[in-house]
Structures are given as structure tokens and as C-alpha cells.
Design a protein around this ligand. Structure first.
Ligand SMILES: [Zn+2]
Length: 414
């Protein structure tokens, strides 16, 4: 099976390379903001929005006059930024349509201007990209040292689609989007129901409890203190800048730890179980509930589901998404009786008909496991074929290239 995935690793860049990277990120940011402005103005005047291709043509003309400095960077940086802009608008319109149907409750997310205050950002390069033992060769930037050896794939069988260079808290990373052949192993693991929780990350129907990585909780105090410190410092001052940097560092740590935990858990589950049943939670609705928001934001339900889906397709497992209206928490796993009065604070399930007394989450997990046998209309099975569904190829300016299904998307963990 051909799969698209990303490998992200840290770069070891010297001052000269940092300058070049900043220039590229700056060009990408400039093109994005310029494109957003033009799109908005044109739409107001003509009710039509120019495409990324049209914008790129205009930008090329501008290079000769207004922005000659853009000749110093790879043409990919602004070009890819314009593609990102197109995607951002498409996502916005998709959410608008969903909202009209009443299927979206979250923010619509109109594309915003990119600002340096939120970090230097990133840029994507395509073209000749070569991975060597300790270095990576990128168009225009040349040979960049890698902090970690032998992580990026060097095999000929791996096709490199693009490389995204990004900055976070003073560190530079490269994320390589590749397409590679993946052998799906025979999976003879058991069927398991997974109840994603607030108290613990997940409870499995076999009784296993995966504890919650409360990274954010543990560090919340420190985070709050740092945030206060930033706001107390004088705007534009040296000390404020320093405090902002410390805060960004803490955010980076939290992000990495959270990402690590999720990856470990989802990999283990996909490798050892053949069928995984999870509830298709309505996260945007749940986030409205204030008490839940912290815990859910911490665990990343959406990210959990996303990882489980693509990893299941890698390891020959099947994910079944139970309809979000399936009363898995309220139903007695012994006899099917439904407790209409069950609230979130009830941690133990008491089956009044058959006398079953069980941990609330375990009861829910067992109900989910049972759904694997009864394939009703309310259940969507996602087998190996569809779970790792790759996005449609995107026709680009010059040649046809494919948009990578990035493991570390641009703002997945943000
Ligand atoms: Zn019962």
C-alpha cells in the first residue's frame, strides 16, 4: 500500500542559514498576506476571487517592481504560500456551508493575516530535495545539517514530495512529506471498545485504563505565571521579548510531550488490536462546556481519532466510528437498560434492572465493543482502504504534485 506521511526533525543551522530561512519564511508570509488582501479587495469589487495561479502570475510581475528582494528566495516559498491561502479559504467556505446545515458549531476561521509576533512561521519547498547521512539538500538553501541522524528516509523507494521548514521558539525544523510503500502486516489482535474520557485518556473494554497525560495541567501554573509576567513587562521592551521567548519555550515543551504521548498510545493500539470501536465525539459541541474544555483541549480527541484512523490502515486494523448519539455511557452493558438520569459526575454505573455495578467508562467501552458485532446504520466502518484515504492530487502550476497528508500538519497541535 502506498502511503503518504511526514518525517519531522530538527535542523542544525548556522547564522547564515538562519538568515536565509528567515528570508524564505518572510517571503511566504508576505505572499500570504498580500494574496489575502488582493483576494478580499477583488471579491468586494467583482464578486470573484482570483485563484492561486492567477495570484502567482501577478506576484511574478510585482517582483520586477515592488518586491525585488523576492528574487533572493526560492520561487516555491511564495508560490506554496498562495496554495496554502487557497486551502485556508476553501476550509473557511466548507465550514460556512456546514454551519448553514447546522453541522458546525465552532469558529468559521476566516483566514487571518500572518504576523511575526506569532513566530516566524514556515515555508514549503518542492523540487530537488536530497537526504544524505547527516544533512539535507534543499533548493536555494543548499546543504543543511540535521540534529538527528538516520531518521529521515534515504531509500530510493521513498518519493519525496516536498519539504516544509518551520521555526518554533528559536529552533528550526524540517518536515519531509513523502510517499512510500508500506507493507500492511497480518493483524490478529482482539476487538476492543475505547471510551475516550475526561478523567483518563482512554478506557478499553478489556479493562485497561490509559491515564491522562496532564502535561498542560501540571504546567498550567507555570504557564499562567509566565503569561502574567509577559503582560506586566513594558510593550516593545527588551524584558518583554525575553519573557515572550520563555513562554514560547514552555508552549513548545507542552506541545512535544502531548504529541509524543498521543503517538505512543495510538501506535500501540493500532498495532495490537484488529478492530477498534470509538465514539465519534462532537468535539466542537463539547468544547462549549467549560469544565470539559480544558481536559479535552489537553488530550486532543480529534487528534486521537485522526492518528488512530491512519495508523489502523498501516497496521491492518479496522476502526469503527460509533454514531455520536449512540448512548454508550447510559446503556447497561449487562442487559441494555438505559439510565436516562446519568450525569457526567456519576463515575460508577448502576444497572437498576440487572444490578450491574461497573466503572462508568468501562461500561461505555464494553458497549462500544459490542457495536463491532452489530453493524447497524449508525456505525461507520473505516477499513484499511478508506481510513488512510489520501487527499486528491492537486494540479499545480508547472507539474502535477500531490498534497502531502502531513503527520505534523501546520497547526494540528496548536
Ligand atoms: Zn443491566
Amino acid at each position: 500500500m502506498l502511503v503518504q506521511r511526514a518525517y519531522k526533525t530538527e535542523l542544525d543551522v548556522n547564522d547564515q542559514q538562519v538568515t536565509a530561512c528567515r528570508q524564505h519564511a518572510g517571503a511566504a508570509r508576505w505572499a500570504y498576506n498580500w494574496g489575502r488582501q488582493v483576494k478580499q479587495e477583488r471579491y468586494k469589487a467583482t464578486r470573484k476571487s482570483p485563484t492561486a495561479i492567477a495570484l502567482h502570475r501577478e506576484l511574478n510581475a510585482l517582483k520586477k517592481t515592488a518586491v525585488p528582494w523576492m528574487y533572493d528566495v526560492s520561487k516555491c516559498a511564495p508560490q506554496e504560500a498562495l496554495w496554502n491561502l487557497d486551502a485556508a479559504f476553501q476550509q473557511f467556505f466548507r465550514r460556512c456551508a456546514l454551519k448553514k446545515q447546522g453541522k458546525w458549531k465552532g469558529k468559521l476561521g476566516y483566514p487571518q493575516f500572518k504576523t511575526k509576533k506569532k513566530g516566524l512561521g514556515s515555508f514549503r519547498l518542492t523540487g530537488r530535495i536530497v537526504v544524505l547521512d547527516k544533512t539535507i539538500m534543499l533548493p536555494r538553501l543548499g546543504r543543511l545539517r540535521l540534529k538527528e541522524r538516520e531518521y529521515l528516509p534515504t531509500s530510493d523507494e521513498v518519493q519525496i514530495l516536498s519539504a516544509t521548514v518551520s521555526e518554533q521558539a528559536g529552533h528550526w525544523y524540517v518536515s519531509l512529506q513523502v510517499e512510500e510503500e508500506h507493507l500492511v502486516p497480518e493483524n490478529s489482535g482482539p476487538v476492543v471498545g475505547i471510551d475516550l474520557g475526561v478523567k483518563s485518556l482512554a478506557t478499553l473494554s478489556d479493562g485497561t485504563v490509559i491515564p491522562n497525560p496532564r502535561h498542560l495541567k501540571r504546567r498550567l501554573k507555570k504557564l499562567k505565571r509566565l503569561q502574567r509576567m509577559v503582560s506586566r513587562r513594558q510593550k516593545g521592551g527588551k524584558n518583554r521579548k525575553k519573557a515572550v521567548r520563555t513562554l514560547a519555550k514552555l508552549h513548545r515543551q507542552i506541545k512535544h510531550q502531548r504529541s509524543n504521548t498521543l503517538h505512543q498510545v495510538t501506535t500501540r493500539l493500532a498495532k495490537t488490536k484488529s478492530v477498534l470501536v470509538i465514539e465519534d465525539l462532537n468535539v466542537s459541541g463539547m468544547l462549549k462546556n467549560h469544565h470539559l474544555a480544558q481536559a479535552i483541549g489537553d488530550v486532543g480527541f480529534y487528534e486521537f481519532k485522526r492518528q488512530l484512523l491512519y495508523k489502523a490502515s498501516w497496521y491492518g486494523a479496522k476502526v469503527i466510528l460509533a454514531d455520536r448519539w449512540e448512548p454508550s455511557s447510559k446503556r447497561c452493558s449487562g442487559c441494555g437498560w438505559i439510565d436516562e438520569d446519568l450525569t457526567l459526575s456519576d463515575r460508577t454505573f448502576h444497572g437498576e434492572q440487572c444490578g450491574l455495578v461497573l466503572d462508568r467508562d468501562l461500561n461505555a467501552a464494553i458497549n462500544l465493543e459490542k457495536l463491532a458485532g452489530s453493524s447497524s446504520d449508525s456505525v461507520n466502518a473505516c477499513g484499511a482502504a478508506s481510513a488512510g484515504a489520501r487527499r486528491k492530487p492537486r494540479v499545480k502550476l508547472a507539474a502535477k504534485k500531490q498534497e502531502p497528508n502531513a503527520e505534523y500538519g501546520l497547526s494540528i497541535l496548536g
